[in-house]
Design a protein. Structure first.
Length: 132
């Protein structure tokens, strides 16, 4: 017999720093909306309010993934769009749509991978700086 609600006992670790490295931590800001934060039953703040941002990945330097059946290389994440919550910042962010941004202060204890979806949380975002 199966254990009911087994998901309660599983923790999938999100490798946020590896994701930032693979994607060059360089993203195109597509949109932003307020995040109201999360509070527990006693009114204690679990996650402070912040901003949800939609970002487009500009590059993907990760190891190629090979399809085992066909031997073909699978597409990487370049140009894919994803959403991130940046906590502890005020909405709206001081960036316009189309600004290149970088994320900082990954929050692994508040980031998850559930039902093939990432919930990625960070405590900082800034305009992308080109390295001299």
């Amino acid at each position: 017999k199966m254990i009911k609600n087994a998901f309660r006992y599983v923790h999938t670790e999100v490798l946020g720093e590896k994701f930032l490295n693979d994607t060059g931590n360089k993203y195109l800001l597509i949109g932003q909306s307020p995040f109201k934060g999360k509070v527990d039953e006693l009114g204690e703040t679990i996650l402070p309010e912040g901003v949800k941002v939609r970002l487009q990945i500009m590059e993907d330097n990760s190891e190629p993934v090979i399809n085992k059946q066909t031997g073909e290389t699978k597409e990487n994440n370049a140009l894919e769009v994803f959403e991130v919550t940046v906590v502890g910042v005020s909405y709206p962010l001081p960036f316009n749509k189309g600004t290149m941004v970088s994320l900082e202060k990954f929050l692994p204890e508040n980031s998850y991978y559930i039902d093939y979806n990432f919930i990625l949380r960070f405590a900082g975002i800034h305009a992308y700086k080109t390295e001299k």
